[in-house]
Design a protein around this ligand. Structure first.
Ligand code: SF4
Ligand code: SF4
Length: 703
C-alpha cells in the first residue's frame, strides 16, 4: 500500500539568508514548527562556487548580500493566498527563531527552478574548489533528529577543524540529514589518514546523537568499516547469514555493507595515482593544469540529463555513457594515470572517445563542476597531431577562410561546381564530406565589397565600433553584415571594419590546429587592441567567432593581457541594443513591422553569456514578439554535421528537441539564429530556413 499525496497546486519558496551555519541550524528547528514541505540547506562552499560558475552566477538573483548559509523553505497549498499566508507566518516566526538577515520570497516556478537547480548542483559546485584537496563523501550522509542539528553540526565542525580541515555543508535540513563533506586530499597519505580519523570520530558522534551514518544513500562500501559499531556484531552476523542463504557462492554484489574493504583501500585516487603530465599548448592556469581540468569531473553525472539544457548532446543522441562528458573525462583520467592500456597519451583509442564531442561548450556552463571538455579536446587533438598526421579534411576545414576567399570571385560558378554530383561524390569518397550536405554557398559581392561602397548618412553620436566581419558574414551571408551595419548606425554608431583582420580561428581551434589559430589570434589581438585601448567596442555577429575571441584567444595566447582586454571589449549588436535602450541618447526608430519570432541561440552563446540580451533585443520593436526555443544543441557544430560518419548523430542531436519545435512553428513565425551551423542544420533537416537576429531586426528599420 502506497501513501500517495496529491501534487500541490501552488508552491512558494522562502530563501532565508544567514551569516553563519549555527543560526541556519537554529532556524531549521523553528521552521519545522510551521510544517513546511521542505527545508533544504546550502552552505558557504556551494554559494561561493556558484558565484564563480559561468552557468550558475547568472541565476543567483534570489540571493541578497553575501550569505554564508541559506535555508530554502517550501510551502504548498491550494491557492496563492494560502501559500502566502503560510510564508507570512514563517516570516513572523523567523523574527524570533533564527533571525535571517534577509528573506527572498519566490512564487514563480521559473524563479524556484533556479534555486532548485543550484541545490541539485550543490555537490558538483563544491567539488570545483581549486586544488587537490576536495570535499569528499565518506561521512556525507549522516542524519540525526532535526531538533539536534544545531548542537550536532557544531560538534561535527569541531571534529573537522581539530583534524586541520574544513567541510562543505548542504542537505535536507528538515529531516536532519546533512551531506557534510570534509575537504581532504585523497592523493596523499596524510589526506587518507585524515579521512579515516574524521570518519571514525564522526561515527562516534552519530551514535552519541542517536543518528545514522546513512540517512538516505545506503551503506555500500564506505560505511562498511563501521557496520559492527553501528549495528552491533550480532546483527551484522545475521546480515551475513541472510546474504549467504540467498547467495551461497558470494557472487551477488559481494563485500558491500559488511566484510567490506578498509575505508583506506579501493580508492579512486590514492597514493599510487601519479598521472603523467602531458605537454600543453593552451593556457590551463585558471584550471590548475590540464590534469586538474580533467579531474574536475567528480562523476556526479549531470551530463546524463535528457530533455533539458544542452549538455551533453552526444549523450542525448546516443544514450551511451562513453559519449557523456563524464565518460570522456574518465577515459582521459584513466589514460593519464596509466589505468588504461594505452602506451602513450596520444592514442587512437582516446581519439575515438573524444570523437563525438561536438565542442559545444555546454558542459563549461551546465556541468556544476565546469568541466570544459571542448577545451580539453582541442588540446588533446593538438598533442595527438604532433605525432600523427593531420587528416586532409581537418586541414580543409581549418582553411575554410582561404577556400572561401579563392572561390568567392568565381561565384556562382564555384557554387555550381562545388554542388555538382561528381564533386560531391569525390569529396565524400576522398575526404569524407557527406554528399548530401554541400558547403554553404559563397557570394561574389562580399560584405567587404559592399562596405567599401557604403556611406552612412546617419549621425554617430555614440562614436565608433569595430564590426568584426567574420568569414561567413563576408563570403557567405553578407546580408548579416549589412543588417548589423544598419542597426548599429541607427543606434548612432560609426561602423568601422578592418580589412586586414584574419579569420578568428574557430575552424582551426575545432580541429586542434592550435598553432595556426594562435597565429591568427596574435595578429587579430595586435590589430584590435589599439582600438580597445580607446574604449572602442568590437561587435561580433557569428556566435562561434565571438566565442573564439572571448573564450579561446586568451587561452591560445598564454593568458596574454592584451587578448583578455580585447575579449572583454567584445559585444553583440543585441548587447548594445539592450545596453543603450532608453539611455537618453540616440535610439533606434523602429518601424511598425510585425514579426512573430522563435529564437534559437547558438550553444556557445548559451554557455558563455546566455541569450537574454538576444531575446530582449528581438522584442524591442513594438510589432515584434519573440520567444526562445527551448532545445539542446542543433547537432551541426561547425564541420561535424558535414562529416559522413557523423551525419546520423548530428541529425539525431537536432531531432531531440530543436527540429520538432521548428516543424511545429507556424509558417508566419520567423526562426531567428545567430550561428551559421544552426542555420545550415535547420535548412538541411527541416522545411524551414532561419535568419540571423540582426537580419530580422533590420526589417524593422525605416529605409
Ligand atoms: S562532466 Fe558530468 S559527471 Fe563530470 S562533473 Fe560534469 S556533470 Fe558531473
Ligand atoms: S563540449 Fe558539448 S559535446 Fe563535448 S562533452 Fe561538453 S557538452 Fe558534451
Amino acid at each position: 500500500k502506497l501513501n500517495l499525496e496529491p501534487i500541490p497546486k501552488v508552491k512558494g519558496l522562502s530563501v532565508l539568508h544567514f551569516t553563519d551555519i549555527s543560526s541556519a541550524m537554529e532556524a531549521t528547528v523553528a521552521t519545522l514548527e510551521q510544517n513546511p514541505d521542505a527545508v533544504e540547506h546550502m552552505g558557504d562552499m556551494i554559494i561561493s562556487q556558484a558565484r564563480k560558475s559561468l552557468g550558475f552566477a547568472r541565476n543567483l538573483t534570489f540571493l541578497e548580500g553575501n550569505p554564508t548559509d541559506i535555508l530554502v523553505v517550501e510551502m504548498t497549498g491550494d491557492s496563492e493566498a494560502e501559500v502566502h499566508s503560510k510564508l507570512d507566518k514563517l516570516d513572523e516566526r523567523m523574527k524570533t527563531g533564527g533571525r535571517p538577515y534577509a528573506t527572498t520570497r519566490l512564487m514563480k516556478a521559473s524563479e524556484q527552478a533556479q534555486v532548485w537547480a543550484m541545490r541539485q548542483a550543490g555537490l558538483g559546485l563544491m567539488m570545483n574548489i581549486p586544488g587537490d584537496a576536495k570535499p569528499m563523501p565518506f561521512v556525507e550522509d549522516t542524519a540525526v533528529p532535526p531538533e539536534k542539528l544545531p548542537e550536532y553540526v557544531k560538534r561535527f565542525d569541531e571534529i573537522v577543524q581539530s583534524n586541520g580541515t574544513e567541510a562543505g555543508y548542504y542537505g535536507h535540513a528538515s529531516v536532519g540529514c546533512l551531506h557534510i563533506r570534509p575537504v581532504v586530499d585523497m592523493k596523499t597519505l596524510d589526506g587518507i589518514d585524515q579521512m579515516a580519523r574524521i570518519a571514525d570520530e564522526i561515527s562516534d558522534l552519530v551514535l552519541e546523537f542517536g543518528g545514522s551514518l546513512s540517512g538516505e544513500h545506503g551503506d555500500g562500501i564506505v560505511r562498511g568499516a563501521f557496520a559492527d559499531k553501528m549495528f552491533g556484531s550480532d546483527l551484522v552476523q545475521h546480515f551475513r547469514e541472510v546474504k549467504s542463504a540467498f547467495d551461497r557462492n558470494g557472487v551477488m554484489n559481494p563485500n558491500k555493507i559488511f566484510d567490506t574493504p578498509k575505508l583506506t583501500e579501493n580508492l579512486r585516487y590514492g597514493t599510487n595515482y601519479k598521472p603523467i603530465a602531458p605537454p600543453v599548448r593552451l593556457d590551463w592556469s585558471a584550471e590548475g593544469g590540464y590534469i586538474a581540468a580533467i579531474e574536475k569531473c567528480n562523476g556526479v553525472g549531470a551530463c546524463r540529463k535528457v530533455n533539458a539544457g544542452a549538455m551533453c548532446p552526444s549523450y542525448m543522441a546516443t544514450r551511451e555513457e562513453k559519449h557523456t562528458t563524464r565518460g570522456r573525462a574518465n577515459s582521459l583520467r584513466a589514460a593519464l594515470s596509466g589505468a588504461l592500456p594505452t602506451d602513450k597519451f596520444a592514442s587512437k583509442d582516446l581519439i575515438k572517445v573524444l570523437d563525438l564531442c561536438l565542442e559545444c561548450k555546454s558542459c563549461k556552463s551546465e556541468c556544476p563542476s565546469d568541466v570544459d571538455m571542448a577545451k580539453i579536446k582541442y588540446e588533446y587533438l593538438y598533442q595527438y597531431y604532433k605525432t600523427n598526421k593531420v587528416p586532409i579534411r581537418s586541414r580543409v576545414v581549418a582553411d575554410i577562410h582561404k577556400f572561401n576567399e579563392l572561390s568567392a570571385p568565381l561565384a556562382p560558378i564555384a557554387n555550381a561546381v562545388n554542388r555538382s554530383a561528381p564533386v560531391k561524390f569525390l569529396l565524400e569518397k576522398t575526404i569524407g564530406f557527406d554528399r548530401n550536405r554541400p558547403s554553404p554557398k559563397v557570394v561574389r559581392n562580399t560584405f567587404q565589397k559592399w562596405f567599401k561602397g557604403h556611406k552612412s548618412t546617419n549621425p554617430s553620436p555614440r562614436g565608433k565600433v569595430i564590426l568584426f566581419h567574420d568569414t561567413f558574414m563576408n563570403f557567405n551571408h553578407p546580408s548579416i553584415g549589412i543588417s548589423a551595419t544598419r542597426v548599429l548606425e541607427a543606434m548612432g554608431y560609426e561602423v568601422v571594419i578592418l580589412n586586414d583582420r584574419k579569420c578568428c580561428g574557430r575552424p582551426m581551434i575545432s580541429k586542434g590546429l592550435l598553432d595556426k589559430a594562435g597565429e591568427n589570434a596574435r595578429h587579430n589581438v595586435d590589430l584590435l587592441h589599439s582600438y580597445v585601448e580607446q574604449g572602442i567596442k568590437i561587435v561580433g555577429c557569428e556566435a562561434s567567432c565571438v566565442s573564439a575571441i572571448t573564450d579561446d584567444w586568451p587561452d591560445l595566447l598564454g593568458g596574454d593581457a592584451k587578448a583578455k582586454q580585447v575579449a572583454s571589449a567584445v559585444v553583440t549588436v543585441e548587447d548594445l541594443l539592450v545596453e543603450n535602450h532608453d539611455d537618453g541618447k540616440q535610439q533606434v526608430n523602429w518601424s511598425e513591422a510585425q514579426r512573430e519570432i522563435q529564437f534559437f541561440g547558438h550553444c556557445h552563446q548559451r554557455a558563455l553569456t546566455g541569450t537574454s540580451n538576444s531575446l530582449k533585443a528581438l522584442n524591442l520593436p513594438d510589432g515584434y514578439t519573440a520567444l526562445e526555443i527551448s532545445a539542446g544543441c542543433c547537432g551541426m557544430a561547425g564541420s561535424f554535421g558535414y562529416e559522413k560518419e557523423h551525419v546520423a548523430i548530428s541529425s539525431a542531436t537536432g531531432e531531440d528537441r530543436l527540429f520538432p519545435a521548428i516543424r511545429a512553428a507556424g509558417s508566419n513565425v520567423e526562426i531567428a539564429t545567430n550561428g551559421i551551423s544552426c542555420r545550415e542544420q535547420i535548412g538541411f533537416n527541416t522545411p524551414r530556413e532561419s535568419r540571423h537576429i540582426v537580419e530580422i531586426l533590420a526589417d524593422a528599420l525605416f529605409d
